[in-house]
Design a protein around this ligand. Structure first.
Ligand code: IVH
Length: 673
């Protein structure tokens, strides 16, 4: 980037960031999240560091806390409202535990809760009646928002009297917690606004914060806010532990999170972090992390405060799930079946803890709908296990000379010699040109892959070489390879040639299901291939099957059935099958075994005695189903070493039974014997 381009970009970034700051501070209705604001701010900071002479006074990097509103009564907090220091990894948590353990004796447990993404508020009760509500403000002085708070139904106007706890009816008691808006309420509100043609709100947290600072309580009453408490301000002698405080919150008739838990060791803190890393998306409210505190209240207060935060508590933050980045290019990738998928190549950016370089754009309609162009700044997001997606374009940062992306033109210029068609009713373009070496490679790689025939030594590089050298056009050619063919190629020596030929010849009698899968028929995955072999015991029988007969197989619908019929109708494919037969390839049917019929398995972590592929094969051959992910039909989640948090969380959410390797083997044995 030269200085002139940098200058223009800096100006655009400043304009946009100032606009966002105005939305945030003045309108109290920002259109983007903090993560997006931060990533754009980072781009600006990087450019300014590169071109210091371009740093202007009005750049948002040059000032902080730009705006303040002065309309509510200021109230001094009787005891300061603290914040928490953020940590971003389990190592940081361990370091914190080590640090405080050196400073205080007797820490025997930690209290953990979900960190709600809302705004802090202190509610004061006098003789059991609500008298005042104050926002955090700067921690010392907050704003009196009592009138607004009174409209929130989850905040009782009078406390439930608790026998033995005098403050519930006499004297002053302060309850601290978070004001939030539930995700469902937020969505319903936005849906209504969309119908009414009103601008949409950005996110529940900002809307909650904006609402509580409205001057008209009647308007506040129309916005569904909630309050969840996390602390009672009291003498440390009132409660021994933070868990005791939570129990009292409930007794007083106030809502709090039910997910709160005690950990005795750091490992248990780690488990809690892992548990909520994916499950948090299913919570009714937004969260960006967890709060971890020393459970004992006396030790908590003895540990003291540094700056604005108590030593005895931290906030564990999950990585942001969205960021702004730039589209450097759009690549059109052709898959094994000839389908074209556009892929955005983006400026590398860390989202949800991983560096993202590519995002799928799915198909040409998607590009059109979002009007995505090369050079655009976009918001990219990635939640849980999903593939990174492009949410939308930041139109304000679109380069002046930007041109609309024309899928067909680009497809032509990327692959000038190929012809593509978009079949009616489909979203993807497909390659219709025959005899394309790139597709021969993909088909051969698939045939040799682990889940298909599993031919050792036939990875991408070797397949590519065999196709480029003219030795292999289809998978039948593999079986005709001679040692001399291979040794004539640079890559192969005597031994490696022998090994490859042996590996290929060893797969002349593949399992029928593996063979069917290996043919690469569209929509026929490993499980479908097995299901097919239960009804059609040879490739010839399958070739003759009608769409109706195919649909009679459990799990096969119209799309799959038609795709199979179409494959066998294609002369080129039946010629390939003939060629394979002539060269001696004889798929064999597995001995019928229905021991695991009706059971569906998924796995997380690794097992001692089976690789994942071996396990999938064994289960499928015994009539069971094996899935990559846990879903509502999963009977058992097999839990191996180093299991993944996401699958464990999903399984516990769906009440899926979890078994270890020993139990799995018993299941294999019991059912077989
Ligand atoms: S305990 C000393 N528990 O996060 C403050 N805070 O950055 C102890 N928050 O000021 C707070 N959920 O506004 C606690 N379950 C939770 C929370 C929570 C959200 C907020 C709170 C606090 C801020 C810390």
């Amino acid at each position: 980037m030269n200085e002139q381009i940098a200058k223009a970009r800096i100006k655009e970034l400043i304009d946009l960031l100032l606009k966002y700051a105005h939305q945030y501070y003045i309108d109290e209705n920002p259109s983007v999240s903090d993560a997006i604001y931060d990533s754009l701010m980072n781009e600006l900071k990087t450019l300014e560091a590169q071109y210091p002479e371009l740093v202007s006074e009005n750049s948002p990097t040059q000032r902080i806390a730009a705006y303040a509103i002065d309309s509510f009564q200021k109230v001094e907090h009787q005891s300061r409202m603290l914040s928490l220091n953020d940590v971003f990894s389990i190592d940081d948590v361990r370091a914190w535990v080590t640090r405080i353990s050196k400073l205080a004796d007797g820490i025997d447990s930690y209290f953990m809760d979900i960190k709600m993404d809302g705004l802090a508020c202190s509610i004061i009760y006098q003789d059991g009646s609500l008298v005042q509500a104050v926002t955090r403000g700067d921690g010392f002085i907050g704003e009196d928002v009592t009138a607004n708070i009174r409209t929130i139904r989850s905040i009782p106007l009078t406390l439930t009297a608790v026998p033995g706890f005098e403050k519930s009816t006499k004297g002053r008691i302060e309850i601290r917690g978070e004001i939030i808006m539930l995700k469902a309420d937020f969505e319903a509100l936005n849906k209504q606004r969309e119908k009414d043609g009103l601008p949409l709100f950005a996110n529940p947290r900002n809307l909650a914060a904006g609402t509580i600072r409205q001057l008209d309580p009647n308007l506040v009453a129309t916005r569904p806010l909630n309050f969840r408490a996390y602390d009672i301000i009291s003498d440390s002698s009132d409660f021994e532990t933070n868990m005791d405080v939570y129990e009292m919150i409930t007794e007083l008739g106030i809502t709090r999170n039910k997910q709160a838990k005690i950990a005795k060791r750091v490992d248990e803190i780690e488990d809690f972090i892992n548990l909520w890393s994916s499950k948090r998306h299913d919570l009714a409210f937004n969260t960006d992390g967890l709060v971890i505190k020393v459970n004992n209240r006396q030790i908590f207060s003895d540990l003291g405060v540094v700056g604005k935060s108590p030593r005895a508590a931290i906030a564990y933050k999950y990585p942001a799930e969205e960021a702004a980045t730039k589209i450097l290019d759009i690549e059109l990738s052709i898959g094994r079946t000839g389908a074209v998928t556009p892929i955005a190549v983006v400026n590398p950016v860390v989202v949800a803890g991983t560096t993202i370089r590519h995002a799928s754009l799915h198909n040409s309609d998607e590009i059109d709908r979002k009007d995505i162009r090369v050079g655009d700044s976009v918001i990219i997001y990635k939640a849980g296990d999903i593939i990174p997606q492009i949410d939308r374009v930041l139109l304000e940062l679109r380069p002046k000379n930007s041109v609309k992306y024309n899928f067909q033109t680009q497809l032509k210029s990327s692959y000038p010699k190929f012809h593509f068609e978009r079949p009616e009713g489909e979203v993807k373009y497909r390659l219709v040109t025959k005899d394309v070496p790139m597709l021969w490679k993909k088909a051969t790689e698939h045939y040799a892959s682990k889940s298909a025939l599993d031919i050792d030594g036939l990875g991408e590089a070797n397949v590519s070489l065999l196709v480029d050298s003219g030795l292999v056009k289809d998978v039948a050619d593999l079986y005709a390879l001679k040692k001399a063919d291979l040794t004539s190629l640079d890559r192969f020596a005597e031994l490696s040639s022998d090994n490859l030929i042996k590996a290929i010849q060893a797969k002349k009698k593949p399992l029928l299901s593996k063979f069917i899968y290996g043919l690469g028929i569209r929509h026929v995955g490993a499980q479908t291939a097995i299901d097919l072999t239960h009804s059609f015991q040879s490739i010839d029988l399958l070739a003759e099957a009608t769409a109706e007969q195919l649909q009679a197989v459990e799990g096969i619908g119209t799309v799959v059935a038609e795709s199979i019929v179409e494959w066998f109708d294609d002369l080129e494919n039946t010629e390939l099958l003939d060629k394979l037969k002539k060269i001696g390839v004889q798929p064999i049917e597995a001995a019928k075994n229905d021991q695991l019929a009706g059971l569906s398995f998924a796995i997380t972590g690794s097992l001692q005695d089976f690789t994942r592929d071996q396990l999938a094969d064994k289960i499928r051959l015994m009539g069971g189903k094996f899935d990559a992910s846990v879903n509502k039909d999963t009977t058992y989640l097999i839990v191996g070493d180093a299991p993944g948090a996401a699958k464990l969380a999903k399984a516990s959410q769906l009440n899926t039974k979890q078994i270890d390797e020993t139990k799995l083997k018993q299941l294999f044995d019991n059912r077989t014997s």
